[in-house]
Ligand binder design. Structure first.
Ligand code: HGY
Ligand code: MN
Ligand code: MN
Length: 414
């Protein structure tokens, strides 16, 4: 991959010292950017870094039954103020998506401690496991397990691309697979959750502001679309007598942009395709493609999915193939509560002014927790607007503005 990506992957280190400390962890020399996935070497190194960094601040770090890390300032207890995000990435992701929220939270707590702040309620920084769902396919795995949004039996049976089950991977990481699942006692301890995140879009660029709050999160789901045909020889099989699932998949994928444009504000993406057996001179027998579809309402997402389902059926029929669509992950639309947003914003905005609130096309752990706990998000400007790619970026000044805002929120809330 060109050095550009390498440079982009290093860009995180120029914006924030905490990001510089992990700038070499999980650099993906093939894709560019970072690949850091649940309990792989990079994730383990980041977890060790988080534990060491938080301990250096005098925080007590623990790992919960679901693999989430919690760094406590004071005894864990009721009405805790929790902030944080995730350490994992998408394949070839940027330096900021996830780690910016973790580094900013640790930085803000460090400044508060140095300033002699004594919180009146427990405070924690959390690093949620597998927010991107890049290893096991389910977004926000750690926060879903914590809240009960993902059944532990389903989770244990999830398999990664190498065929390893989540249960095996958790056991290898020293966790008891039988213990994963809802953690109501821990959830009940959390009084407020605030996640700082790099903006994944250009809302703040257009507003010419460094920081905003989140108003909502698009509902979004992931589906595996599996086309089955007849594997055969690429040279010996005449074009007229093929049952080629790659052709059915390609015809379906080609129709998706128009189908999404027909549903106002929706987004639909196929970023991952897999052919079995995958030989250059082989007509595949099975082709899997993964659909990520999102819209402003769950009904709209469902309408979009139905139209894509119909297109897949048509393409399968024309190519004498079969098709099956399996839902892998579903996150309903989230509207952050106005009262929590106003309360958090009041700590940030100069008196009499308000902090802008932006919709989020990207999903977040805060979206999962919002169904249970007063939750809010702070976005930090991303001048490129690009995310889930090595070009993702935030300037040192804007990162500093995000930390200052988070510090004011934590001071004001605790
Ligand atoms: O896919 C998302 O929206 C998030 O980045 N996990
Ligand atoms: Mn992401
Ligand atoms: Mn994220």
């Amino acid at each position: 991959m060109s050095s550009t990506h390498g440079a982009a992957a290093d860009s995180g280190s120029t914006s924030l010292p905490g990001l510089a400390e992990i700038a070499d962890v999980g650099v993906d020399r093939i894709r560019g950017g970072y690949s850091r996935h649940l309990f792989d070497d990079a994730d383990r190194t980041l977890r060790d870094w988080f534990t060491e960094r938080a301990s250096r601040l005098g925080l007590d770090v623990e790992r919960d039954r679901n693999g989430n890390l919690w760094a406590w300032w004071g005894e864990p207890g009721p009405n805790a103020f929790v902030t944080g995000s995730h350490l994992d990435s998408v394949p070839g992701g940027g330096a900021f998506d996830g780690p910016l929220g973790i580094v900013s939270a640790l930085e803000a707590l460090g400044r508060l401690r140095d300033a002699g702040h004594r919180p009146a309620r427990p405070v924690a920084v959390v690093a949620f496991a597998e927010e991107e769902g890049s290893r096991f396919g389910v977004a926000c795995l750690g926060s879903r397990l914590l809240t009960g949004a993902l059944h532990p039996d389903r989770a244990r049976a999830l398999r990664d691309e190498a065929g390893r089950s989540l249960a095996q991977v958790y056991a290898d990481a020293g966790l008891d697979p039988a213990a994963i699942g809802p953690d109501p006692a821990r959830l009940d301890m959390i009084g407020t959750f605030v996640e700082l995140h790099v903006e994944q879009g250009r809302g703040l660029v257009d507003l010419d502001e460094p920081v905003a709050l989140a108003a909502s999160i698009l509902g979004h789901g992931r589906w595996r679309i599996r086309f089955r045909g007849q594997g055969n020889h690429a040279g010996a099989t005449p074009m007229q007598s093929r049952q080629d699932p790659m052709v059915a998949a390609a015809a379906t994928i080609a129709r998706i942009p128009d189908l999404a444009l027909a549903v106002e504000g929706s987004r639909a993406t196929v970023g991952r395709v897999s052919a079995l057996p995958g030989g250059t001179n082989v007509i595949p027998s099975v082709v899997d493609c993964w659909l990520d579809a999102r819209a402003a309402t769950d009904d709209a997402t469902n309408a979009l999915l139905q139209s894509i389902r119909a297109a897949a059926r048509d393409a399968a029929a024309v190519n004498a193939c079969s098709v099956e669509i399996t839902e892998e992950s579903w996150s309903p639309t989230v509207r952050f509560p106005d009262d929590t947003r106003a309360a958090i914003g009041a700590h940030i905005a100069p008196r009499g002014q308000s902090v802008p609130a932006l919709p989020s096309g990207a999903g977040h752990d805060a979206g999962i927790l919002a169904a249970h706990i007063p939750s809010a998000m702070l976005f930090v400007r991303n001048p490129t607007g690009v995310s889930h790619a090595p070009e993702e970026f935030a300037t040192a000044d804007d990162c500093a503005a995000g930390i200052a805002a988070l510090e004011r929120v934590i001071r004001g809330e605790t």
